[in-house]
Structures are given as C-alpha cells and as structure tokens.
Design a protein around this ligand. Sequence first.
Ligand SMILES: [Fe+2]
Length: 309
Amino acid sequence: MAVPVIDFSKVNGEERAKTMAEIANGCEEWGFFQLTNHGIPEELLERVKKVCSECYKLEREEIFKNSTPVKLLNEIVDKKSGEKLENIDWEDVFILMDDNEWPTGTPGFRETMAEYRSELKKLAEKIMEVMDENLGLPKGYIKKAFNDGDGDNAFFGTKVSHYPPCPNPELVANGLRAHTDAGGVILLFQDDEVGGLQMLKDGQWIDVQPLRNAIVINTGDQIEVLSNGRYKSCWHRVQVKTDGNRRSIASFYNPSMQATICPAPQLLEKENQQVEITYPKFVFADYMSVYADQKFLPKEPRFQALRAM
Ligand SMILES: [Fe+2]
C-alpha cells in the first residue's frame, strides 16, 4: 500500500475526469497524496533545496547542537537511566510568513523562498478549486471560507524543518510526534532521499515515500470541518534516523484567524434530506487556542471543546 501519486498536469486535458477522481479518492480515502507535474519549475525546486540546506549549515546547525532535545538526550545517555525522550521533537524548525523575520545569513535564501512561496500559494489555490468541484461546492468556496470576508487574508506560512541524524534513535521516540494538522491545505516539499514521514491509514503507519520534486498534499482539521467529515485530516509523524539530515518544507494555507469555519451548508442536504451535522461552527482563532495545548492528542475532544464554547 503506497500513498497515491497523481499527475496534476492531467487535470487540464483529456484525462481530466480520471484525474479529478484520483484526487477525490486521495482526499476521501487517504488525506494524503503526492502530486507530480504540479507546475512548480524544477529549477526553482532545485534552488529551494540548495538554499535550505545551506541555511541549515550556515545558520541552524550550531543552534540545533545546543537545543533542548540534544541536551536532554545527552543527559539521558550520561545517566544511563534507560529513559526515553518522549514529549519533544528531534527537529530544527523555523517559519516563514509574509511579515516575520527571515534568516539573513544565507546568500539567495530570501529571494528563492519568496519566489517559492508565491508559486506554492497559487498551487494551493488550484488544489482548493479541485476540492470545491469534487465536493460539489461553487468555485472558490474554500478560499472564500478561509479568507475573512472578501479580503486576501488567509494565513500562508512555510515551515522549514530539518531532522538531523540522531546518534541514539532507540532513546528518542519521535522526530515529530504524531498529530493531525490544524489548518487547511498543506503542501509539503520533502527530502528526495531521507524518508521518515509516515501517515496512519486504517490503523497502520505507512511511509510517505520520497519522490524527487513531488509535492505531498495533506488536508487539515479545517477541511474536515468544512467538508462535514468527507475529507478527514490524517495522523502523521516523522521517525528519527541515524543517517541523513531530512529536509522538510511544509507550506500551510490556513483560514484567517477571524474566519468562521463550519460545514458547508450545501453538504448538509442530500436529496432533500438533512444530513447529520457532525462538526461545530467556530472562529478559527478559538480553534487554534484549543489546538495549542492539544496538538499531539486526538482531534475529537478539540471539536467537543469548540462545541461547548
Ligand atoms: Fe503536520
């Protein structure tokens, strides 16, 4: 069993119907799928890999060596206590947004990542339009739901992570602990070679196989709510490795903090019969305040907490 790989260029050709159905299946049955021929220039992707790896070497490696997980692991090894490092991620991470501070010490990093983010945002919007159509919603519905009013104020963030090799993997539970994503549509550009990402499918952890220059798509909790449970957000995690420094660049198209999220009314009627509403209506900022403390826990209590608000 492998995460579906879909040729996105075929969404505009003779094989459109088949491709739309493949994406629908990826959303409904998996919550994860990989896109090839997604239209992001290879030349840009190669530059992204280069500047992110250089940025790690030049600006992050020393920080990671002095980070909490490394210090805690060293303590465990020194004490020989047999303890395991559980509630922490073996990860170096920073986030790029439109209005925060970006690394400045790596030549070409800012220009390349700004260009990459603008391409990825366009790709996210195309994917949301495919989801609109597959769900039977008007074109632009999801984008509009994520933007508060008519503005362009949805959140678009890019998380640049590295999972450095771990000298004692038997003592570290996770590179990144299992969770579902809080937001909307996630577009991941993962390492070509170093794996480690797994998703939970029918109770089984499955590798999200590295595929050169593919973009991995997964859907977050807000797509689950908006689709009234048709597109479920899926658990995923990153395992630590002894060799290779896994690079992982995840871009998030999320609702604006002020956006009100609820199941699309069109999905609550079926042949004039009312469908059961299984999700609450809430403001995304309230969801995020619940998620902040419960990210690594099951999502259902988050929905319950919002229902009670
Ligand atoms: Fe995630």
